[in-house]
Design a protein around this ligand. Structure first.
Ligand code: GLU
Ligand code: ZN
Length: 312
C-alpha cells in the first residue's frame, strides 16, 4: 500500500503554494498570505506546497528558511510534498531560457540603469522614483536570431524577452475581477536573466509553478502587476494558465506594505496561544468573520472553522 503515497495527485485537482523569499522570518503580512493560500487550498480539498524563493542569494538566508518553516508549523500550516528551493534549480531555469532563445524571443542587453534612464529622457519619458522604468528596447536587434553556440556565458549582460507588438494581457483575478496590462507600454521587454547571472523572479516563478502543476496562485496584491508578465511567459512556454487570487496587503501605520525593509516585526509563535493570536490577526486582515474566539480553542479547531468560512 505504501506505493499509494507516491502516486501523483488526481489530475485537475487543486494545487496551491506559498512561495516566500527567505530574507527574514514571517511577519504579519507574510503570515496573512500564507494563511490565505492555505485556507483556499484546504477549502478546495487541494494540496498546498511550500517553495522557498531563495534565488537572490545575498538577501536570502538558510536561517530565515528555517524560521519560516518553524513558524508555519507552529501555526498549524502544514504543507504537502517536499519543499523546493529555487537556489537549487538553476539548470531548470537555464533550460527554459534556452528554449525561449530557440524560439527567437530573447536578446541580450548591456544597458545600465543610467543608460535606460538616459534613453527614456531622450524620448521625453520620466519615471517616478518608485516605479520600474519601461525598457525602451535600446538593445533590441532589428532581427532576432538564435545562435546555436550561444552559451549564455559569463559575459556581463542581461537577457531580455522581446515582446510582440500589441502585447495586451487580460486575466481575471478571483478576488479583484477583470485585470489587464499592456506589456509594451507599461513594462517593456523585461529581463529573464540578469547580467550577474541571476535568473529573475518572473522566469523562475513561471517555470516552478508549471513544473509543480500549480493550479491556483494565491498571493499578496503587491504582486498583481507581475501577473501579466507571468501569463505572457506561460503562453510562449506552452504552460497552462493557473487561476489567480490576490490578497489584500497588511499595511503599517504609515500605509506602507509590511516588509523586511520597513523592519516589520516577526510574528510571535513561542507557544500555541501566541501563534493563535497571530493567526487571528491575519484572519482579520483577510476579512474572515465569526471565527471561534474562545480562550481554549486549539489551533486545529480554529483552522477548521476558518476553512469553513473562507470565501463562502
Ligand atoms: N517570493 C515572492 C515574495 O516573497 C512571492 C512569489 C509569488 O507568490 O509569486 O514576494
Ligand atoms: Zn540594453
Amino acid at each position: 500500500m505504501s506505493t499509494l503515497k507516491n502516486l501523483p495527485p488526481p489530475t485537475g485537482g487543486y494545487r496551491g503554494r506559498f512561495a516566500p523569499s527567505p530574507t527574514g522570518p514571517l511577519h504579519a503580512g507574510s503570515l496573512a498570505t500564507a494563511l490565505g493560500s492555505w485556507l483556499d487550498a484546504r477549502k478546495n480539498g487541494g494540496q498546498w506546497l511550500l517553495r522557498i524563493e531563495d534565488l537572490d542569494a545575498p538577501r536570502c538566508t538558510p536561517e530565515a528558511t528555517g524560521q519560516i518553516q518553524a513558524q508555519l508549523l507552529a501555526c498549524g500550516l502544514y504543507w504537502d510534498e517536499e519543499v523546493i528551493h529555487q537556489s537549487q534549480r538553476q539548470n531548470t531555469y537555464q533550460r527554459a531560457l534556452k528554449r525561449l532563445y530557440g524560439l527567437q524571443c530573447l536578446y541580450y542587453c548591456t544597458c545600465s540603469r543610467q543608460t535606460i534612464a538616459n534613453a527614456l529622457a531622450k524620448l521625453g519619458i520620466e519615471t517616478p522614483r518608485n516605479q520600474e522604468m519601461v525598457y525602451p528596447g535600446t538593445c533590441r536587434p532589428a532581427t532576432l536570431i538564435s545562435d546555436p553556440t550561444e552559451s549564455f556565458g559569463q559575459l556581463q549582460r542581461a537577457w531580455r524577452i522581446a515582446l510582440p507588438p500589441n502585447c495586451h494581457i487580460e486575466f481575471k483575478d478571483l478576488a479583484l475581477g477583470s485585470q489587464s496590462q499592456n506589456l509594451n507600454t507599461e513594462v517593456g521587454d523585461f529581463v529573464l536573466r540578469r547580467s550577474d547571472g541571476l535568473f529573475t523572479y518572473q522566469l523562475a516563478v513561471v517555470v516552478d509553478d508549471a513544473e509543480q502543476n500549480i493550479t491556483h496562485i494565491v498571493r499578496g496584491k503587491d504582486l498583481l502587476s507581475n501577473t501579466a508578465r507571468q501569463i505572457y511567459l506561460q503562453e510562449i512556454l506552452g504552460y497552462k494558465r493557473p487561476e489567480y487570487l490576490h490578497l489584500p496587503l497588511v499595511l503599517d501605520e504609515h500605509g506602507e506594505k509590511l516588509s523586511k525593509q520597513t523592519l516589520a516585526t516577526q510574528i510571535n509563535t513561542q507557544d500555541e496561544k501566541h501563534s493563535l493570536r497571530e493567526l487571528r490577526k491575519a484572519a482579520t486582515h483577510l476579512g474572515l468573520q465569526n471565527l471561534p474566539d474562545g480562550e481554549n480553542v486549539t489551533i486545529a479547531e480554529w483552522l477548521l472553522a476558518a476553512t469553513h468560512s473562507w470565501r463562502s
